[in-house]
Design a protein around this ligand. Structure first.
Ligand code: PEP
Ligand code: MN
Length: 368
């Protein structure tokens, strides 16, 4: 796909900050007026780079009966933050009513969450509610690694007339228990930036990492990839947070992270200077995790089969089945362009493992 034509204002024309990069911080969720104000005041005191305060008011939780946000009442707390600290405010909006309420209460920047970006109906409703309003909007990537879906949501909001429009990269659900809560898959935001060079790209290391330990590393990487800003969750007492407690940091810890960052201002084609190898290594890490996870899942199924064979007094090896399976898998591998010799050796190893697992099941049962 070639570059798309959109009328987008670069971040320095948003009229929200002269700072580079744009730093947005605040709690995952607004919990109490005290927690919100305490966070905001500590942010201003310890982190002069933070210009925008974030707080979730309506929380899209994975499971019901968790804390689902304070709702409209907390919009008043954000107004107080703005009045007392001068920070701009931002909230997530997930439907048209959220947009009306947030605008009515003077919220400065709206963002669309990852669980909403996946649904074009919801995004369209939100876009319709934004028609004729000049408010900055940021669109988080969808939870699945689908660039078209992300782009589609951005286009819908843009068609509503929003030109102060940005994207937030918060990583992608991978179904694996890897290093990250949400795999960064850096190549997707980079591809989006290639298609829309004027689209400000903010990285959300908190939701990528899911823990505090890697926030610095991911923040630095985002800046090295020429992203325009960071959104980092902060809380006065992260361990007691009502949502996402593992990934929030105190305003003090945030200051340490921000001070440690090496702010390289992009020159020319910054994306082209990015470490090509490290990007592709991230992709390899994810693929390897998927390979190992798949092998482990196969081993579990083999174990179930072994238990069944034992119960029905069958032999471990059924020669015909193995012969058919090998032929079938080799044909499949060939279609995928894999080398015959490699596929055969791989399958011999997989089969050996399967026999070992089954033998172990049979022997274990013999002893009991
Ligand atoms: C959030 O920013 O608190 C949030 C819910 O994030 P996401 O939409 O990325 O899951
Ligand atoms: Mn959160």
């Amino acid at each position: 796909m070639t570059n798309l034509k959109m009328n987008l204002k670069p971040l320095d024309q948003w009229g929200v900050t002269d700072n580079f990069p744009l730093i947005i911080s605040g709690p995952c969720s607004a919990e109490t007026p005290e927690q919100v104000m305490q966070t905001a005041k500590a942010l201003v005191e310890k982190n002069p780079q933070v210009k925008v305060f974030r707080a979730g008011i309506w929380k899209p939780r994975t499971r019901p009966n968790s804390f689902e946000g304070i709702g409209i009442e907390a919009l008043g707390w954000l107004q107080d933050v703005k009045k007392e600290t001068g920070l701009l405010t931002s909230v997530e909006v997930a439907n048209a009513n959220h947009v009306y309420e947030a605008l009515k209460h003077g919220v400065d920047i709206l963002w669309v969450g990852a669980r909403t970006t996946v649904n074009p109906f919801s995004v369209q409703d939100i876009a319709d509610a934004m028609k004729g309003v000049d408010v900055p909007v940021m669109v988080k990537n969808p939870i699945n690694p689908d660039l078209q879906l992300w782009l589609g949501a951005i286009e819908r909001i843009h068609q509503a007339g929003i030109t102060r429009l940005g994207a937030i990269h918060r990583g992608f659900s991978s179904g694996q228990n890897g290093r990250f809560r949400n795999a960064p898959r850096w190549r997707l935001p980079i591809e989006l930036k290639r298609l829309l060079p004027d689209l400000p790209m903010i990285c959300d290391p908190s939701h990528i990492c899911g823990n505090r330990d890697m926030l610095q590393e991911v923040s630095q990487k985002a800046l090295d990839l020429a992203m325009d800003g960071l959104m980092l969750e902060s809380h006065p007492n992260p361990d007691e947070a009502w949502s996402d407690k593992n990934q929030q940091v105190t305003p003090d810890a945030l200051a340490e992270i921000l001070e440690s960052l090496n702010l390289r201002k992009p020159e020319g084609d910054a994306i082209g200077t990015v470490d090509f190898l490290s990007l592709h290594r991230d992709e390899i890490d994810l693929i390897d995790m998927e390979i190992l996870d798949t092998i482990a899942r196969r081993a579990k199924v083999v174990k179930k089969i072994a238990e069944h064979k034992k119960e029905h007094k069958m032999t471990i090896l059924q020669v015909n089945r193995w012969d058919e399976l090998l032929k079938d898998r080799l044909a499949m591998a060939k279609k995928l362009g894999l080398d015959d010799k490699f596929s055969k050796e791989l399958y011999q190893q997989i089969h050996l493992m399967s026999i070992r697992i089954q033998t172990a099941v049979m022997n274990a049962e013999k002893e009991t």
